[in-house]
Design a binder for this molecule. Sequence first.
Ligand code: C5P
Length: 413
Amino acid sequence: MADEKRRVLVGVGGGIAAYKVCEVVSTLAKSGIAVRVMVTEAAQQFVTPLTFATLSRDRAYTNQDFWQPEHGRPLHIDLGEWAEVFLMAPLTANTLAKLAWGAADNLLTNTVLASTCPILLAPAMNTDMWEQRVVQRNWQQVQSDPRYHSINPGEGLLACDRVGQGRMAEPAEILAHLHSLLYTGGRQDLAGKRLLISAGGTREHLDPVRFIGNPATGKMGLALAQAAVHRGAIVTLVQAAGGSIAGGEARSASSTPSNLHTISVVDAEAMRQAMVKHLPSHDWVVMAAAVGDVKPAHYSPEKLPKQAIPASLPLEPVPDIVAELGQLKHPHQRLIGFAAQTGEIVAPAWEKLQRKGLDAIVANPIDQPDSGFGSDQNQAVLLNAQGQRQDVPRCSKLELAHQILDFVQSNFG
Ligand code: C5P
């Protein structure tokens, strides 16, 4: 049934980044979300309404439709009430100025004032335009309104051949933020909280090219970091080498926040040092990283010739980071671990929670289809030290991340 679908309204502004919004609209529609698109006059210079109508499987609205009632009611009222989440991308300097003033002189800006849902703003413009004091002032102004959620433009080569800030965020980042807003309704319940999150798989090198590692990609840790930032938290993400795929996304997410700081590490000892150093300044610590258990006893700074690799490799244990954090943490801090398991997942996770001094643990199977390492989806059983249990059926890693944050928030605030 069409009305059971989640509903995203998209307002496309006049900038070349409008071409990236096509992918956002297409991905949303393909994932079963109802999408309606408004295309400003200027946006139509870049992408036609027909493109958005085709991708959204609905009609696309232009300013000419403003005076045509929809379902017998003024269009801006109808669209405004329909939307659960409203995306404005690319947000131009002109429309930003109108938002800051509360001006309403076209279908798009009238719909903003006729709606109450959260609005996600993804600006894009030339670096000099973005850096104008008046533009920055307008940007600060809209951010003081809790209705607006924002994705800062990233840095890079712009279509005007300038290198600087002004690139619209990538579609994957916009989509993640939209999904968070659909999940939370825009609540900023982690505002003021500081989270320290580890992600990816550690690598223990034998020489500069060979290492002992694991298949972790860092997607779960990145999803936790994104979900937390979208809910207002300040996040330090300690990203292990094995998370380089998701790490790339995390770096493009550097556009987002001043609220997301990424630290890259390779092995368990470097991760241990980063986690111990940053522990005192954080409220919640989530060890989502797949940390190896052993490392080669000897490291060669030169690449070993094949013949020099011993048939049996002497190994040493690496530090158990989360157990050490469990010893170091203060009573007001919360420590959440992960237990990736094959076979029975709950009993080993419960044993780890107790042995490592955790407040909660996420037990996730790695022998099920479409979940665990590398997948965009996951499933888990959440346990806390009080013995409470919550089962999360397979869902996107971002949704699992929100459910983990809810679980911790409801148990420990
Ligand atoms: O590998 P294992 O299943 O024991 O991991 C359980 C938890 O312990 C995870 O949160 C993982 O990040 C953490 N861990 C760690 N240091 C290790 C091994 C695991 O912090 N050396």
